[in-house]
Design a binder for this molecule. Structure first.
Ligand code: G3P
Length: 224
C-alpha cells in the first residue's frame, strides 16, 4: 500500500521523505493556507522535493477555469496530479484532462456512487474522505470497502486514495481492505512509527550495555 503525506508543510515532507516511506503528497487549499507562505512557491518546492505524485487542487469550480488551471498546475512538474472536486463540472474536467494525459485525483468524495462516476470519467485517483464521514456518524471505511470491491469487479484502473485520515487504525483498516493509497497528516505517520514498547525496549538494551562497562577486566579475560 502506498503512503502519501496529506500536508503542505515542507519540513515534514523533507523529514519523512528522507526515511523512504513517503510515496507521494496530497495538498488542498486549506493545507496551503495553513502554511502562511506563497502557495505557488510552496507547491513548486513540494513538486521538486518529492519524486512521487503530488496532488495540487484547482480553485476554479467551472469547467473552462478548471481546465486552464489544471494545465497551468501540471507545468509545475511531471509528478503533478490535479485535484478536482466531485461535481458535474469536475467530472467533465476529469474526462477532458484524462484525454490530455493529465492525471487527476477526484476529491471531496463521500459515497461509492461518486467514486464509481469518477472512475468512469477517467480519474487516476479517487479520494473518499473517511474522517469527515465518521464525524457525522457514518462509517467512512464502508465507502472504501465498497469502492475497492466495485473497482475490482469491473477492472477500473483508478486507485482508491483514502483521505481525511485521523488515526493509525484508519491506516490498518484501509490496508486490510486493500486500498491502493492512504494519505495521512504527518502526526498520524509519527504515531505509526512510535510504539511505547520499542522505546522501553531500547532504553533497557542501552542500560544493560552500560553495565558491561562495569564488568572487571579480570573477569572479561577469563571469559575469553
Ligand atoms: O486532503 C483531503 C483530506 O485528507 C482532508 O482531511 O482532515 O480536512 O478532513 P480533513
Amino acid at each position: 500500500m502506498k503512503i502519501f503525506l496529506d500536508t503542505a508543510n515542507l519540513e515534514s515532507i523533507r523529514k519523512y521523505n528522507a526515511m523512504g516511506i513517503v510515496d507521494g503528497i496530497t495538498t488542498n487549499p486549506s493545507l496551503l493556507a495553513k502554511e502562511g507562505g506563497d502557495p505557488e512557491a510552496i507547491m513548486g518546492e513540494i513538486v521538486r522535493t518529492v519524486r512521487g505524485p503530488v496532488s495540487l487542487e484547482v480553485i476554479n469550480t467551472e469547467f473552462e477555469g478548471m481546465i486552464s488551471e489544471a494545465r497551468r498546475l501540471s507545468k509545475f512538474g511531471k509528478n503533478v496530479v490535479v485535484k478536482v472536486p466531485l461535481t458535474s463540472e469536475g467530472l467533465r474536467a476529469v474526462k477532458q484532462l484524462s484525454s490530455e494525459e493529465i492525471r487527476t485525483n477526484v476529491t471531496l468524495v463521500f459515497s461509492a456512487n461518486q467514486a464509481l462516476l469518477a472512475a468512469k470519467a477517467g480519474a487516476s485517483y479517487v479520494s473518499p474522505f473517511i474522517g469527515r464521514l465518521d464525524d457525522i456518524g457514518h462509517v467512512g471505511m464502508d465507502v472504501i470497502r465498497d469502492t475497492v470491491q466495485i473497482f475490482k469487479n469491473y477492472g477500473y484502473k483508478t486507485e482508491v486514495l483514502v483521505a481525511s485520515v485521523r488515526h493509525p487504525l484508519h491506516v490498518v483498516d484501509a490496508a486490510k481492505i486493500g486500498a491502493h493509497v492512504v494519505t495521512m497528516p504527518p502526526d498520524v505517520l509519527a504515531k505509526m512509527i512510535s510504539h511505547p514498547l520499542t522505546n522501553i525496549g531500547l532504553d533497557r538494551f542501552l542500560a544493560d550495555w552500560e553495565k558491561t562497562k562495569e564488568i572487571p577486566k579480570a573477569k572479561l579475560a577469563l571469559s575469553k
